[in-house]
Ligand binder design. Structure first.
Ligand SMILES: [Zn+2]
Length: 204
């Protein structure tokens, strides 16, 4: 049975107000999500040509690796209460989370079906887009791809019964997904069943 995390939504507080601001930001920066197979190329080019703060539009400094920063620290809206995990201060991480949650809601009537991040990742990588009783639309997969590229990572909700949405880098995610794949395989299912998958707590 899918498990629906409970009790986390209220703690998000102004998190959803933040989402509205994030979407307005994307509109101002003309960042297009989904709906176009070429969307990600267009977006990547627009950002490369315009190394400006995503909020105020003024030029940004280069960081230690020589890349232009995506925003000035002072321009990033601060949310009260703060997001449930510091990594979710990244607006692209929040939008990615919202999109992943919306797909779960559409298909399962659950804000975050247990194992949602694994199932959607598998969908994103493969040709098979079935998800439980439904299927993930190409437009939705495009949107996930664009958002994860901007966020530079993927959303993970943590180990055990914890539900703490957080952005992890692609390298971290690759390791987590490999660990989860092994666990799902050991369950003996012919098809991977990500629901009810719990990664054990990390040993010290
Ligand atoms: Zn700025």
């Amino acid at each position: 049975m899918p498990s629906i995390p409970s009790g986390w939504a209220p703690s998000f507080g102004n998190f959803r107000v933040g989402i509205a601001q994030d979407l307005a930001l994307l509109a101002r920066r003309q960042i297009q999500l989904g709906g176009h197979r070429t969307g990600q190329k267009l977006t990547a080019r627009a950002i490369a040509q315009n190394p400006a703060c995503h909020y105020c539009g003024q030029p940004t400094e280069r960081d230690s690796s020589g890349q232009f920063r995506w925003a000035h620290d002072g321009c990033v809206p601060k949310y009260e209460p703060p997001p449930p995990h510091p990594s979710m201060a990244n607006p692209f991480a929040r939008l990615l989370y919202e999109k992943m949650s919306a797909i779960s809601e559409d298909i399962w009537r659950a804000g975050w079906l247990s194992g949602n991040e694994y199932a959607l990742w598998e969908n994103l990588q493969g040709d098979q887009h079935d998800y439980g009783p439904g299927a993930v639309a190409h437009e939705d997969l495009d949107e996930l791809r664009v958002l994860s590229q901007h966020a530079k990572g993927w959303i993970w909700t943590g180990r055990g019964r914890e539900h703490t949405p957080q952005l992890v880098t692609f390298a971290q995610w690759d390791a987590l997904f490999a660990e989860a794949s092994k666990a799902a395989g050991e369950a003996g299912a012919e098809q991977r069943d990500w629901t009810d998958l719990e990664l054990p707590e990390e040993s010290e």
